[in-house]
Design a protein around this ligand. Structure first.
Ligand SMILES: O=P(O)(O)OC[C@H]1O[C@H](OP(=O)(O)OP(=O)(O)O)[C@H](O)[C@@H]1O
Ligand SMILES: O=c1cc[nH]c(=O)[nH]1
Ligand SMILES: [Mg+2]
Length: 232
């Protein structure tokens, strides 16, 4: 097991921690815990699940965008002239990983209204647990861009590692992944496979383990199915 993850566990799985080159931020907040508990509950129906995922990503986005680039702007209030800030150029890029990541898009762009949106369609083979890409729609050149990848589940980590490799191939060097739930196995894979790449992962929780089917335990089940219904 990676030393970094042991350190995260020792720290009680909350707050920002540097894990090798990866920064793991487990957002420790009672509202996050409250919403996540209802998401996990199997009795929660799709409309409620969608609403809670949207609310939860807004809370995570608040942390994930802590280092978003801004520039100074002069304005005049009803009382006086002053200087404030606005989101700077180039615009941040938000990339939801289809399907389930779409459930996080609205909440993210609500906080980042100037963001451009790219898409990555990825599916995990439920037998081999290997991820493959079926759709890509993103700018070719991501150098100098802040990129926020959205996917509710970091399970084995295969999907997110492949997604971030694609971003790096296009020149991205400032990547933040926002996930609702992470498994220790997925965090470890990211540490191993993305060593040398500065990546931040922001999550509501790091769960206990993966079961024999590659599902996060205790988890919340299949995020895509719970958001949108079983695909087949
Ligand atoms: O970390 P991993 O082991 O790669 O698993 C996580 C991936 O699995 C789920 O997607 P899924 O393949 O079910 O596609 P969907 O979003 O269309 O349901 C989830 O949304 C992640 O993308
Ligand atoms: O627990 C899991 C693992 C992968 N994908 C999901 O949707 N849920
Ligand atoms: Mg799914």
């Amino acid at each position: 097991m990676a030393y970094g993850l042991l350190r995260v566990r020792a720290l009680g799985l909350s707050g920002p921690v540097n894990v090798v080159d990866m920064r793991l931020h487990v957002v420790d907040h009672p509202l996050v815990a409250h919403k996540l508990t209802t998401l996990r509950d199997q009795r929660t129906d799709s409309p409620t699940f969608r609403r809670l995922a949207d609310e939860l990503v807004t809370l995570l986005a608040y942390e994930a965008t802590r280092d978003v680039r801004t520039e100074a702007v002069d304005i005049t209030t009803p009382v006086t002239d002053t200087t404030g800030v606005r989101l700077s150029h180039p615009r941040p890029l938000v990339v939801p990983i289809l399907r389930a990541g779409l459930g996080m898009l609205d909440g993210m762009v609500r906080l980042l209204p100037t963001a451009e949106v790219g898409f990555l369609g990825m599916i995990r083979n439920e037998e081999t647990l290997e991820a493959s890409t079926y759709a890509t729609r993103m700018p070719e050149d991501l150098s100098g861009r802040q990129v926020y990848v959205l996917d509710p589940m970091l399970a084995t980590g295969g999907t997110l590692v492949a997604a971030i490799r694609e971003l790096i191939k296009r020149g991205a060097d400032d990547v933040t992944a926002v996930v609702l739930l992470a498994a220790p196995e997925g965090v470890e894979l990211m540490e191993r496979e993305l060593a040398g790449t500065p990546v931040t992962v922001v999550t509501a929780a790091v769960d206990d383990h993966l079961n024999e089917h590659g599902y996060i335990v205790p988890g919340l089940g299949d995020a895509g199915d719970r958001l949108y219904g079983a695909a087949e």
